[in-house]
Ligand binder design. Structure first.
Ligand code: ATR
Length: 265
């Protein structure tokens, strides 16, 4: 019987995940389907339970349900535990298992696709919400010399810095004013077409500015480019987190390069 997978979100119509996973499945010869499911804002858990009853084997979870998915999971991978959020669910006889592949997806995109190695680098992470928290541990594993979290609400950045330790520090946007090798935008500002109040001195010709959002030239990317930085949107992260989820479910690693190229066109 064909195995069923899905992505749950609200909204979900825009999701590229069905297309990405269909390509992975074709590429690797896996017998599976993958659909997008619009869960009601107050009905995420019910939707997942219905999907399991209908034979679902696993699911991705996107905005705004990642924290709910964390609570719903009976067991959590260590990386999901540290992220405090779940984007990948697996359903087996033992119940619902939660994982988080977002951070691995970001690191894979930076290191493999963009050839931007993080060891010994100074990283500035903008934002202190769920998106930022999910990538801190995988970034630290790459052994940067500095990881600074800057956020509009500084206390949230401080909480994350204390939670993760390992020399992570926190500040306001305005206080970050020295050059960084990598500046990652994990704020929701790009969604609103807004630019956090960043100093141009963050960027040099050696800086990579990375926006987790994809499909649009954000004010952040355009500001960074104006001040000399190389830039990337988050499309590669989207595909890489999907590939990692695919590996969790199927035990096979799909080739992401062709998928990223196809989505770009
Ligand atoms: P997500 O899961 O996408 O991270 P979140 O937990 O609501 O969503 O966090 C949103 C992040 O974007 C926060 O860091 C938020 O800053 P505050 O903690 O000060 O709220 C940040 N953010 C949202 N809109 C922003 C804007 N217009 N400019 C700068 N930062 C913004």
């Amino acid at each position: 019987m064909t195995d069923r997978y899905a992505v749950f979100g609200h909204p979900i119509a825009h999701s590229k995940s069905p297309q990405i996973h269909a390509t992975f499945a074709r590429q690797t010869g896996q017998d599976m389907t993958y659909e997008a499911i619009l869960a009601p804002l107050d009905g995420f858990a019910d939707s997942v339970v219905q999907f399991i009853a209908a034979g679902g084997r696993g699911a991705n979870v996107t905005v705004p349900f990642k924290e709910e998915a964390y609570k719903l999971a009976k067991r959590l991978s260590p990386r999901a535990q540290r992220a405090g959020a779940v984007n990948t669910l697996s359903f087996d006889d033992s119940g619902i298992v939660g994982d988080n592949t977002d951070g691995a997806g970001l690191v894979a995109d930076l290191t493999r696709n963009l050839n931007c190695h993080l060891d010994g680098k100074r990283i500035l992470l903008l934002g202190a919400g769920g998106a930022a928290r999910g990538v801190i541990e995988p970034l630290l594993e790459q052994q940067p010399t500095a990881l600074v979290i800057a956020n509009r609400t500084v206390s949230r950045a401080q909480e994350l810095a204390e939670l993760f330790g390992n020399g992570v520090t926190a500040c306001s946007f305005e206080a970050a004013d020295t050059p960084f090798d990598i500046v990652i935008n994990a704020t929701a500002a790009s969604l609103a077409g807004e630019l956090p109040p960043l100093s141009p001195t963050l960027f040099t010709a050696d800086t990579l500015a990375y926006d987790m959002m994809y499909g649009r030239d954000t004010p952040f990317l355009s500001f960074a480019r104006t001040h000399g930085a190389a830039t990337s949107d988050g499309l590669g992260m989207l595909v890489e987190q999907a590939a990692e989820a695919f590996f969790v479910w199927r035990g096979v690693r799909p080739d992401t390069t062709a998928v990223i190229a196809a989505l770009r066109t």
